[in-house]
Design a protein around this ligand. Sequence first.
Ligand code: GDP
Ligand code: IMO
Ligand code: MG
Length: 427
Amino acid sequence: MTKTQNFAVLGLQWGDEGKGKIVNFLSPNFHATCRFQGGHNAGHTLIVNGKKLILHLLPSSICEKDALSLIGKGVVLSPNDLFEEMSEANTFLEGVEDRLKISSACVLILDHHKKFDQCREKSNSFKTIGTTGRGIGPAYEDKVGRRAIRLVDCFYEKILEEKLRENLDFYNFMFNKLFSVEEVSFQETFEKALSYGERLRPMTKDISKLIIEMNNDGKKVLFEGAQGALLDVDNGTYPYVTSSNSSAAGIASGSGLGPLSVINILGIAKAYTTRVGEGPMPTELFDDIGIHIAEKGGEVGATTGRPRRCGWFDAVAMKKVIQSNSIKSLCITKLDVFDGMESVKICDSYDNSDEFFEESLNLDHVKPQYIELSGWKKPIHGLKTLDDFPKEAIEFISKIEEVCGVSVDIISTGPERESTIFKNEVI
Ligand code: GDP
Ligand code: IMO
Ligand code: MG
């Protein structure tokens, strides 16, 4: 039995809760950080020495010189985009390639997955989801359809040839018959995939074995969620979700570990709610307050540059994901965005809901009911201790704790790593 306690940071809303900032803040306490699901649809923002860095595939610990960055088998990997991100990171970080370890079981995203994603989003025959257009859905569809190309396949020419032919037969049929667009060349895709294999092979490791060895040596690993619990394919607002298990259930399967390998899970939520793309969002604001929050919070997608929809904190959806993610500890980010507002609201119940809507998170027709609280005049932006907090900001946090039934242990007051307050110890 290992005494080591691994730790996870998960987004609890529709993504962009500030996971990157918090992982970067916590990562000096860990020997490695592991991404276990999603792909380069993620956009995690860090401020490192005053410079803004947006990570899509690289774990947010990449700046820690002594820590490893791990990519588990549940991640869908676009080699091209990874290389681009690595070369950007290399311009101001040393040894990126040496610190990065990737599972050979990762499913690959190749050009035709992106093309398919984009064709389907544009087609009138399919529901528009508002995806990032990066091929995430098709790659996961390949995985469950048992036709995926995995990184390991690129190490063996004969195996790759056989698998890629089958895979491209499927896609080219769809491109031709369904979307009436040009087919994808087998030879070109094959050569590219072989070259990806060659370049990635030295970075490849058995990630589950590595984590178990680290734990046995008393080293702790931090698991970094991508997207958010409400975008989870099983527990989110289906079908307006991403295609992976972005909630706690994905940690074990996506890293090849047992379900008890991570006991401490920190849930991250903004003081309000945002969403990019289509799908229900009960507390969405269509008025000046929504515009004010979007502007002050800089709510523009880190991956696609699309404006994020903004609304009040939804404690009903939050309570549901607290249960489905075994959350005992919350981190509330972007509380500073409320500085100077007259009043703030929290949605504590829905009208027009029933057991079936709740089970399926079908939020299309629910009507949010709100508690209204006083805002605060004295800004909290950048504060590093609770001593200087206005009582109204403390009351807002206490109300979240009361309605959601879990304690808020970390409060974030700005995008920089230092603008973070431990209300209670979590690690
Ligand atoms: P992630 O995908 O969960 O990592 O979040 P994103 O990076 O996509 O979006 C969060 C945005 O909010 C980024 O621009 C962060 O720099 C910024 N941010 C994070 N925490 C805070 C905070 O407490 N206050 C403010 N004002 N900005 C924050
Ligand atoms: P981070 O990790 C916010 C959303 C897309 C779309 C849906 C499906 O930065 O929080 P996909 O391309 O995954 O098939 O798109 O999921 N989405 C995100 N929204 N933050 C993200 O990641 C997201 N990743 C995907 O906008 O609605
Ligand atoms: Mg993001």
